[in-house]
Design a protein. Structure first.
Length: 379
């Protein structure tokens, strides 16, 4: 499911009227919080120093060689299948029933020895109109949500090319499309040990800030599986960093995954990030999980169906050949690569990501509240 990526892209290209309406409902402090970015904070939070002694790729990894490393990314892979189930269960029977009734009416009208009745004609017209209306409204309003996990690229993928020192993101156009950034403009969320307690269930986040890319909007990719703590995110970032900075010999060779619609990937995705939590949980919680296993089967089946109803993503030729002898280096993505209408909207929302000079002010610690001793009313 590409819901997070779709939402981030919609925020970047949000229409002015919708944005103004949304900001009217926000308080002044909420608006300031969304624009509280400082130059020195970005410099401190973006570095390529060693952050772990145990580099590890938790996967899925699709390619690993002397030229490039390719991994899965996506912010809500474990929830994939929900939209597929709702679409197939809600839309499928309606269209199937309508097509059977309409087809049967037409067959009897043309091939039945009896005369065509007015009732058959009315039923045929009504069912055809109803099917047409359902398909129209689905294509008009529902298809954009269905394509978050069906009839689209099977996976969001990210490629790190160490020969060209570039990072490529492969996404559907509805989520921002294919983009290319210099490696040295990449920021990471997996660099601080003190964030361990906040990282359980989170994925490694890679960020490209407009001040470094020259684009008027922020780009972000959530890489790999959910973590069970900040240490795992740091290990994965260290794996990527060493591969790009030192080469494939500096990291352990990862196990490669298939890009085919594997049922193992579909069912295992629901349990990402739960291993440590499950081991430390009480026996009662484990019993509850066993009782709700049909829900995991249903969602896993929907996940698998969504993978089969998608196609394998394919890179443009210039990216596939990048790093080969005598081949061109892919151009870095610029604002001019987007259609004029999208350029206008990106520029209209560029103020969301502007940096303030200096460093963010330190928050004053709250003073503990002291309760006054109450007098004994019975004395």
């Amino acid at each position: 499911m590409y819901l997070i990526e779709w939402g981030l892209w919609q925020t970047a290209i949000e229409a002015e009227a919708l944005r103004n309406e949304y900001e009217k409902e926000m308080t002044a402090s909420e608006i300031n919080a969304t624009r509280d970015f400082y130059e020195l904070d970005l410099e401190e939070e973006m570095h390529f120093r060693r952050v772990s002694e145990r580099p590890c790729a938790r996967g899925p990894v699709y390619a690993f060689n002397e030229t490039f490393l390719e991994m899965r990314c996506g912010g809500s892979e474990e929830k994939r299948g929900l939209i597929t189930i709702m679409t197939l269960v809600g839309l499928g029977p309606i269209i199937y029933t309508g097509a059977i009734v309409t087809g049967g009416s037409i067959y009897f009208d043309f091939f039945s020895p009896h005369a065509t009745s007015l009732v058959n004609i009315i039923v045929t017209i009504v069912m055809s109109a109803l099917d047409g209306a359902i398909i129209y409204f689905y294509l008009r309003f529902g298809l954009q949500f269905t394509r978050l996990e069906m009839l689209t690229s099977r996976h969001l993928i990210i490629r790190f090319n160490r020969k060209t020192q570039q990072v490529h993101l492969h996404r559907p156009n509805s989520c921002g499309g294919i983009v290319t950034f210099p490696w040295r403009t990449t920021g990471s969320t997996g660099i601080y040990p003190e964030d361990d307690s906040l990282s359980a269930g989170m994925r490694l986040g890679l960020v490209w800030h407009p001040s470094l890319t020259g684009l008027p909007h922020m780009e972000m990719a959530l890489v790999g599986k959910q973590g069970q703590g900040g240490s795992e995110l740091r290990d994965e970032w260290e794996f990527i960093r060493r591969y790009m900075e030192e080469g494939p010999h500096a990291v352990p060779r990862p196990r490669l995954s298939t890009q085919l619609p594997s049922p193992i990937q579909a069912f295992s995705a629901q349990f990402e990030g739960l291993g440590r939590f499950f081991r430390k949980s009480s026996w009662l919680f484990k019993v509850v999980l066993l009782m709700v296993w049909p829900a995991f089967v249903i969602v896993g089946t929907g996940h698998w169906l969504s993978l089969m109803l998608c196609w394998r993503p394919r890179w443009p030729k210039v990216i596939r050949e990048a790093g080969m002898p005598g081949k061109a280096v892919p151009p870095v993505t610029t604002l001019s690569d987007y259609p004029p209408a999208i350029q206008e909207r990106l520029l209209a929302n560029a103020d969301r990501w502007q940096l303030k000079p200096g460093k963010s002010p330190e928050k004053k610690p709250r003073k503990p509240r002291t309760r006054k001793p109450q007098e004994n009313r019975y004395l």
